[in-house]
Design a protein. Structure first.
Length: 166
């Protein structure tokens, strides 16, 4: 079992990183409920300008206790785009779900069989081509943020119960 400890001295700004099918959204939903964080996802708001507008609203709100950015966020440039929106009242947490490409391809195909939500294989290949592992250049010192790495996919408990091969 993984134990997550989010910083309490500042508002957490969690950036999810990982390929399609790795469980980013499942984990985001769990963390959002457990730690009372607002979650922004391109699945819910497909337009990046609208997503950024919503982020600015949440950052400005006095009631926001933390934010999760739930996208693949493969590149340092993409993550820096999000990080540039926050000030010193926030602490960045980059949560990386790091799984092999064949596992991601399998899980996206499995999800399609269960939910009919199609994610093309080219999207998975594109993630792995663009993926840059988070480094200290994203935040200069440990007090400025943290990187959490998970090396297994996050799947619901009912994962194997819905599919039968005969």
């Amino acid at each position: 079992d993984e134990v997550f400890v989010l910083p309490t001295n500042k508002k957490p700004f969690v950036i999810m990183v990982g390929p399609q099918g790795s469980g980013k959204s499942l984990l985001s939903t769990f963390l959002s409920a457990k730690f009372n964080l607002d979650c922004l996802s391109s699945d819910d708001i497909p337009s990046k300008p609208k997503l950024k507008r919503k982020l600015k609203e949440l950052i400005a709100s006095k009631t926001t206790s933390g934010i999760i950015i739930d996208n693949t966020n493969a590149s340092i440039k993409n993550r820096q785009e999000w990080l540039s929106q926050i000030d010193e009242t926030w602490i960045p947490v980059i949560l990386v779900i790091h799984i092999p490409k064949p596992v991601s391809l399998h899980l996206t195909k499995y999800r399609e069989m269960i939910t009919n939500k199609h994610i093309p294989a080219v999207a998975v290949h594109s993630f792995y081509k663009r993926f840059e592992f988070p480094t200290d250049i994203e935040f200069p010192t440990p007090k400025d943020g943290q990187i959490i790495e998970i090396c297994i996919p996050v799947v619901p408990n009912s994962f194997r119960l819905n599919l039968r091969f005969t």
